[in-house]
Design a protein around this ligand. Structure first.
Ligand SMILES: *Cc1c(COP(=O)(O)O)cnc(C)c1O
Length: 392
């Protein structure tokens, strides 16, 4: 499916700038400014068609996306699109398609049951010791398979109305919470000052041991990861960050530099990929992705089975194929490069790990296992060893 030389190219850290903007006279200062990137996002059919010949399914998708999940693509990310290939893995993630209007019977607007777990608007408390804090409904660009498309981008039926004061009060009163995950939308779209105020407020709560930010800004808008932002974030350690990369091409020269600045600020970086048909459902692509992530000092954290979000069935990959991908990594490459494959249980059960079966049989006396090459081994249980010694 993928020509080896094409993948070799994906493994290099290239700059794609100025790409589609080559003849438009953009100064390097503008290009490298996050404000310019956000102002010049592709948000309309007209802008899109100035650069790309759309397929009818894409054209209709764009026309219909305005009432569901807005389209927005930063110039930086848009440049990763292959003009010649309608099946381009970047295109599939970011350009609306008419299939988004199809809803399968098992698909939902809130597939992870988040709304039912909100004690305060914007705060999801599903696990005993940690909360998800949805601080904004805006992102730098919109992923078409967004699990929160019901509230994100501002055009859907629901609105995100985070009550910050109530959320801070809830966290102050709930001493069992030791970990707060800022997400949304994308928290890194806030100004340094606004984000700093939130982090300061959280750090005044003594039982909060651990903070993290979930963001795709380093990928969509690496220009936002300035030395000033990193210097600000660094005051709030321990602070981790989870980024979202699905395909090796997303790891450009600029993204690698941005991730390097975050890592240099002492922020441990993890990656959360979503398994997507035609994007990363291929072992060679996945291996290239996880290797490139390690080169960027990012540890692959989770590989998500796609949530059952309305209008996403064209991107769905069978669980069996996800398990096969993990099997193709375990033992065959660096352990640090292997993410945990999870299904966020439909209806609100939380993340559940899904693994290949390496345990073939378990009895009180022994565990029968197989390794990555398919060879089987027997591990005697300590109690049975002790018993046989006593027998002797
Ligand atoms: C994913 C998630 C978390 C964080 O889970 P970890 O496994 O600790 O990364 C917390 N709360 C909610 C609601 C989540 O969906």
């Amino acid at each position: 499916m993928h020509h080896p030389s094409a993948l070799d190219l994906e493994k290099t850290f290239r700059s794609h700038a100025p790409g589609y903007w080559a003849d438009l006279g953009v100064s390097p200062e503008d290009w490298n400014s996050a404000t310019w990137q956000l102002k010049n996002r592709i948000t309309s059919l007209k802008q899109l068609e100035e650069h790309l010949a759309l397929t009818p399914d894409e054209r209709n998708g764009v026309l219909l996306s305005g009432t569901k999940l807005a389209m927005a693509i930063t110039p930086h990310f848009f440049n990763l699109i292959d003009r010649e290939n309608p099946d381009c893995p970047i295109r599939r993630q970011i350009i609306p398609r008419v299939e988004e209007t199809l809803t399968s019977p098992y698909e939902m607007a809130d597939p992870c049951g988040e709304d039912a777990h909100m004690p305060v608007p914007g705060l999801v408390h599903r696990y005993p010791d940690r909360v998800l804090f949805l601080v904004t409904d805006r992102c730098a660009s919109y992923c078409r398979y967004c699990t929160r498309s019901r509230v994100v981008s501002g055009v859907g039926e629901q609105e995100l109305d985070t009550d910050f004061e109530a959320a801070f009060r809830y966290l102050e009163q709930h001493e069992e919470v030791r970990d707060v995950l800022l997400s949304g939308g994308d928290p890194l779209l806030f100004s340094d000052g606004k984000l700093e105020k939130i982090l300061e407020r959280l750090r005044r709560i003594p039982h909060l041991e651990f903070l993290r930010i979930g963001s795709r800004v380093p990928i969509f808008l690496p220009q936002r990861i300035t030395p000033q932002l990193c210097a600000m974030l660094k005051k709030f350690h321990p602070l981790f960050m989870s980024v979202h990369v699905n395909h090796p091409r997303e790891l450009t020269f600029e993204v690698k530099e941005a991730l390097g600045r975050l890592a240099d600020a002492g922020i441990p970086l993890g990656n959360q990929s979503v398994l997507l048909r035609g994007v990363n459902d291929d072992l060679a692509v996945m291996k290239t992705l996880v290797h490139k992530l390690l080169m960027c000092r990012v540890r692959p954290y989770y590989l998500y089975q796609l949530d059952l979000i309305q209008g996403s069935s064209h991107l769905e990959v069978p669980v069996q194929e996800g398990i096969r991908l993990i099997e193709g990594l375990r033992g065959h490459t660096t352990g640090y490069a292997i993410p945990q494959y999870v299904i966020d249980a439909p209806g609100g059960g939380g993340k559940v790990p899904v693994n290949p079966d390496y345990v073939l049989q378990r009895t009180p006396e022994r565990t029968l296992i197989r390794n990555f090459e398919g060879r089987t081994f027997e591990y005697p249980e300590p109690s049975s060893v002790e018993a046989s010694v006593l027998d002797y």
